[in-house]
Design a protein around this ligand. Structure first.
Ligand code: H2U
Ligand code: ZN
Length: 343
């Protein structure tokens, strides 16, 4: 009996984090065969006087938002990191180890409209969001103590977003957080061995094979990575070897805005709801070193599995062993490829 990726349980390797995922395709739980209940989309007003992100409203700290027309950025009033944290270490026998962490946390409103989402915004409206992410990444990196800028969005109550107003966050920190740190080690290791970029080479293979590519434009490609853990996880990869958001040319920023709109509108169609996810960009650290190994990309991690209400839980074996999935990356990609995009 020959080993077959579509029929036999197997482990797949994530070369970016050097971790494994267990795939059980023999269970063949094609998620679209499950019950398809639709959930009432709680329609939002275009302006909510009680929202701390709407233009002109007052936030928890008593500060008033400007009457912004496109995007708006502010320092998080309840920041997880503080810029003036003194640098120090704590170490008891290498067993009780702590390091102080300085940082800056900001909130980015994508639109003055309370009722929009990335999927419902136009590409023209998304373009300033991409521009702001790049500008903020650059500005935050200019603070001497900042070595990494993490741009992300928690979308939907299921992912813990505190407010439906379209927004994301940016945390700039003195340390490179664990996920990009793992990816950095892997990208450096790959470049040292192969004398080429891990994600450039990976994207080339995926474009040749086609089975996990969802769609692409001139500047970015969207695929379900071979090693995806979340059922409809996707990877947005820059087609050129670009290390960071500030490194994007203007037409590449246009390309990214187009990709974001198209991907999220496909997601919304999948289970006919405003699709929840956590997404974020991984980019080069800002530690003053050259990082030729870094290749800009975004991860979308949506929790839903089978319908608007049936989510994947990372429990049991995944907490104690390794992450596991039934539906293969290839069938998730096929499903997302079938979805229509909205304009
Ligand atoms: P999330 O929805 O992704 O949790 O982000 C909202 C952030 O907004 C959250 O980190 C901040 C919270 O601290 N916030 C303010 O900065 N000001 C407020 O008035 C309320 C919430
Ligand atoms: Zn609002």
């Amino acid at each position: 009996m020959a080993f077959d990726l579509t029929g036999h349980p197997h482990r797949r390797f994530n070369p970016l984090t050097r971790q494994w995922v267990l795939v059980s395709p023999h269970r063949n739980q094609r998620p679209w065969l499950g019950q398809m209940e639709t959930v009432a989309d709680d329609a939002q007003p275009s302006y909510d006087p009680a929202c701390y992100m709407c233009p002109g409203n007052t936030r928890a700290a008593g500060v008033r938002n400007s009457d912004y027309k496109t995007t708006f950025v502010f320092d998080n009033d309840f920041p997880a990191l503080l810029p003036d944290t003194p640098a120090d270490n704590f170490d008891v026998n290498a067993l009780l180890v702590a390091r102080s962490e300085a940082g800056i946390c900001r909130v980015v409103c994508f639109s003055p409209r309370h009722d929009l989402t990335i999927a419902r915004m136009s590409v023209d409206e998304l373009r300033p969001v991409v521009g702001l992410w790049a500008q903020q990444s650059q500005e935050l990196a200019s603070h001497k103590f900042v070595n990494y800028v993490q741009v992300f969005e928690n979308r939907g109550a299921m992912m813990g977003a505190s407010n439906p107003h379209p927004h994301g966050q940016i945390w700039a920190s003195a340390s490179v957080p664990d996920e990009p740190a793992k990816e950095q080690t892997a990208q450096q290791g790959y470049m040292a061995t192969h004398h080429s970029c891990l994600l450039c080479d990976y994207l080339k293979i995926e474009r040749e094979r086609g089975e996990r590519i969802i769609f692409e434009n001139e500047h970015f490609a969207v695929l379900v990575p071979f090693w995806a853990v979340w059922p409809f996880e996707t990877l947005v990869v820059a087609r050129g070897h670009i290390g960071s958001l500030p490194g994007l040319l203007e037409q590449q920023k246009d390309g990214l805005a187009d990709i974001l709109k198209r991907l999220t509108s496909r997601y919304d169609r999948l289970f006919q709801i405003s699709f929840p996810y956590s997404m974020g960009f991984h980019q080069s650290p800002t530690d003053g070193q050259a990082h030729p190994e870094w290749h800009l990309h975004a991860h979308f991690y949506p929790p839903l599995l089978r319908s608007a209400t049936v989510r994947k839980f990372m429990v049991g074996y995944e907490m104690l062993g390794t992450p596991q999935r039934d539906i293969t990356a290839e069938s998730a990609a096929e499903r997302l490829r079938e979805m229509k995009e909205s304009s």
